[in-house]
Design a protein around this ligand. Structure first.
Ligand SMILES: [Zn+2]
Length: 66
């Protein structure tokens, strides 16, 4: 079970990531990856041309804890 501050393997890129938050039932964790990720920002509109892809470093995202 991960704890805040633990280093775990990023499920997205396999790199090193740090646990920054764990849910009360410990089934969900927020991790901050130290590598660059492709992050697709998709605005809630019909204009598909507005979809942009950018590489971001140090993003935080939620993941299931196995
Ligand atoms: Zn990653």
């Amino acid at each position: 079970m991960p704890k805040i501050g633990d280093l775990i393997k990023c499920p997205e890129c396999g790199g090193e990531s740090r646990v920054v938050w764990v849910s009360q039932d410990a089934k969900l964790a927020a991790i901050k990856c130290t590598r660059y990720h492709n992050q697709i920002s998709r605005p809630p509109t019909k204009w598909a041309s507005n979809v942009e892809t950018k590489m971001k470093k140090g993003i935080v995202f939620l993941t299931d804890v196995v």
